[in-house]
Design a protein around this ligand. Structure first.
Ligand code: UD1
Length: 362
């Protein structure tokens, strides 16, 4: 059989890497091609992750780049349709919830190619989130839905997905984390920071960074936190652009104890998280990584598609009200932390389970 594996944006790379690797023993019998849509293209958003994770050069790069949602989705679909027609794969394997995930899933399905979705069934129930639309559309056309937790299984069942399509396999992002954590931990924190004595901030959701008032409020909260513990902020390109547009960059950079840095690649970032006192974020994946690392995570969103990280992990949803964010962060400093446990099947073997199922389907 022939499998096309799709990666498009930063959070896809750590999810696809172990799947690609798990195909290794089956390479004689099956063909596997890696397609990069080019949704993320900067060296620090893409190439650096390929290097850190040992992912080989993609077989195909669609080079779509940035655009509006419709523009980006359309460009991926047009370019990927040509790849499907030329390659005639048996399966297209998509991961996560970015625009590339949905675009490739729909394109393949309309050509009669079977689609497998890794990280299916997550739901925030928030349709103002582009990723929620991507998740719903991708799952609706997928033939195999690989889930990370039992909550996702329930979501899919409730939506009427046939039981035989749902496979609870675990979390490939955590496969990558467990594989690389020792190497990542051995990287010393940035100069001037000692383990356990700094916090990390990440921020890129349009609902937080495209809205000037919300972004200002978050920075106000961070200002009070940075007075008590140093805060490191690896800033996403979208966020940097907004800080500049809103005329807030200089004031952010001058907050005492607050350090704005370039986005980090995988190993330095995970290393930094593992040494941190807490993480404040609006990311999806980081909620899961902190849960496994046992690091307190404050998620600055009204909802999460990953409730298991709150129910059993170290995550706390704090919204974006500056006082709430500040109080929750101070609470962590004062020892108010939920130690949590690692969810079932987040054991480093998810990709292996996925590939065994895929090659067994014929
Ligand atoms: C995308 C995903 C989001 C994911 C995030 C991780 C969608 C809808 N969103 O959001 O789910 O959490 O990636 O980063 O797919 N840019 C660069 N260099 C790059 C890529 C982007 O400068 O390599 C800038 C561009 O100005 C671009 C903006 O960042 O317009 C946003 O990029 P885009 O891929 O549209 O969305 P993200 O916010 O990165």
């Amino acid at each position: 059989m022939k499998f096309l594996l799709i990666a498009g944006a930063r959070p896809n790379f750590m999810k696809i890497a172990p799947v690609l690797e798990a195909f290794r023993p089956f390479r004689e019998a099956h063909q596997v091609r890696l397609v990069h849509t080019g949704q993320h293209y900067d060296a620090r958003m893409s190439g650096a992750f390929f290097r850190d994770l040992g992912i080989p050069e993609p077989d195909v790069n669609l080079g779509v780049g940035s655009a509006t949602h419709a523009g980006q989705t359309a460009r991926v679909m047009v370019a990927f349709e040509q790849v499907c027609l030329a390659e005639t794969p048996d399966w297209v394997v998509v991961v996560g919830d970015v625009n590339s995930t949905m675009a490739c899933a729909i394109t393949a399905k309309k050509l009669g190619i079977r689609v497998a979705h890794v990280e299916a069934g997550l739901r925030s129930r928030d349709m103002s989130m582009p990723e929620e639309i991507n998740r719903l559309c991708t799952d609706a056309v997928s033939d195999l839905l690989f889930t990370t937790d039992v909550g996702a299984n329930q979501n899919l069942r409730r939506e009427g997905v046939a039981e035989e399509k749902i496979c609870f396999v675990g979390n490939t992002m955590i496969d990558t984390l467990l594989r690389h954590i020792d190497r990542a931990r051995s990287i010393a924190p940035l100069n001037g920071y000692s383990p356990g004595n700094f916090a990390i901030l990440t921020l890129h959701r349009p609902s937080n960074v495209d809205n000037e008032t919300t972004l200002r409020g978050i920075l106000d909260a961070v200002r009070s936190l940075a007075a008590r513990i140093p805060v490191i902020f690896p800033a996403h390109p979208r966020t940097m652009k907004r800080l500049e547009e809103f005329g807030m960059l200089a004031s952010a950079q001058s907050i005492p104890g607050f350090r704005v840095i370039e986005p980090l690649s995988y190993l330095p970032f995970i290393g930094l998280v593992s040494h941190s006192r807490m993480v404040l974020t609006d990311s999806g994946g980081i909620q899961e990584e902190t849960t496994v690392l046992g690091i307190p995570c404050l998620t600055m969103r009204a909802n999460t598609e990953r409730p298991i990280t709150c129910d059993v992990g170290t995550n706390l949803l704090v919204g974006v009200d500056p006082d709430n964010v500040k109080d929750a962060a101070v609470g962590v400093l004062e020892g108010n932390v939920h130690r949590g446990r690692v969810p079932d099947k987040w054991d480093g073997k998810a990709a292996q389970r996925i590939v065994e199922i895929l090659v067994g389907r014929g």
